[in-house]
Write a protein that binds this ligand. Structure first.
Ligand SMILES: O=C(O)CCC(=O)C(=O)O
Length: 307
């Protein structure tokens, strides 16, 4: 029994993973045996000089062209920022946090929340109707059409809105004749990607956007080039792969994120509406209501305007 256990231990030792073991414990003919090397696990032996040369591993940089979406540029300090320069022109945003001081902004928010005639509008698209995930109100002598929805003229400006319009006009040296008000009731309210580029706004419109209430993130993304573009997708030893990137692929475009706290004024100018889109995304965490006032100029005869 003792002898059997002894043998099992020895066999166990032999049957375990054997990488390369010199036969120093090999049987007779000591000097010839010293030149033998066991290979594998089945007691096969080779002479040292018969062994294949040792493999060497050399690290090579991968040849695949990896494309990464650029991280967003965050703009959260007062300033005038040129976010792009294209043949269409320079796109600029001007951020002015604290344009309205926080105490004043508090009572303005409460008053506008109560006194603006807020409405939830319905869009019709391909026989489907859906409600906008926010409430809106329109002020101006002219109607405003966006996403095939027309807001009727409303010349009955709330006195506080007239005061704010004049305050912004004085501070920015731009004039405005219309106002789109948005109320985001909570984190589920949003506005999807779009540009304020309706013909009635003319070329290179200046938009003044005042935020009151909860901070929400204003996101911008640069429009991809208008035509199909040949892209190198993979470059390797066997050649390269190319494909036509379709117009409208926003995967790799530049992005900007602008948090808009209570009392902040954001101006969009130059080619911003032609070259960029913007949105207010839904949030995962609870958000209190937010009011956004976007002052614009609407032209009565857009077909006569140079675009
Ligand atoms: O709520 C905002 O800050 C943006 C509103 C907006 O994009 C718009 O009214 O066109």
């Amino acid at each position: 029994m003792e002898d059997k256990r002894q043998r099992a231990r020895v066999q166990g030792g032999w049957s375990g993973p054997v990488k390369s073991r010199t036969a120093s414990y090999a049987a007779p003919g000591a000097s010839a045996a010293r030149n033998l090397v066991s290979v594998g696990t089945d007691q096969t032996w080779m002479r040292r000089e018969q062994l294949p040369p040792k493999r060497q591993f050399v690290f090579k940089e991968p040849t695949e062209v990896e494309r990464k979406a650029p991280g967003p540029r965050v703009i959260d300090e007062q300033g005038l920022y040129e976010i792009s320069t294209l043949p269409t022109g320079v796109s600029r945003v001007h951020l002015i946090p604290g344009f309205i001081d926080s105490k004043q902004a508090d009572w303005m928010f409460e008053q506008l929340l109560q006194e603006i005639p807020w409405r939830q509008r319905t869009h019709l698209r391909q026989d489907l109707s859906y409600k906008e995930p926010r409430l809106t109100s329109w002020y101006g002598e002219l109607p405003y059409t966006y996403s095939r929805l027309t807001m009727q003229p409303n010349p009955n400006w709330h006195p506080l809105l007239i005061m704010l319009k004049e305050h912004i006009e004085k501070a920015t040296s731009h004039t405005f004749n219309s106002l789109l008000c948005n109320l985001y009731r909570n984190e589920k309210d949003s506005v999807d990607w779009h540009s304020d580029d309706e013909p009635s706004l003319g070329r290179n419109p200046v938009i003044a956007s005042l935020s009151l209430g909860a901070t929400r993130i204003f996101e911008m993304r640069k429009k991809p080039p208008p035509s199909l573009k040949l892209k190198v997708y993979y470059k390797g030893l066997a050649g390269s792969m190319v494909f036509w990137e379709e117009n409208g692929d926003y995967t790799y475009v530049e992005r900007v994120r602008i948090p808009l706290p209570h009392g902040t004024l954001l101006m969009m100018e130059g080619a911003t509406q032609e070259d960029w889109q913007h949105r207010i995304p839904k949030e995962y965490h609870a958000r209190e209501p937010r009011i956004n006032l976007t002052f614009r100029t609407i032209y009565p005869h857009p077909e006569g305007m140079q675009r």
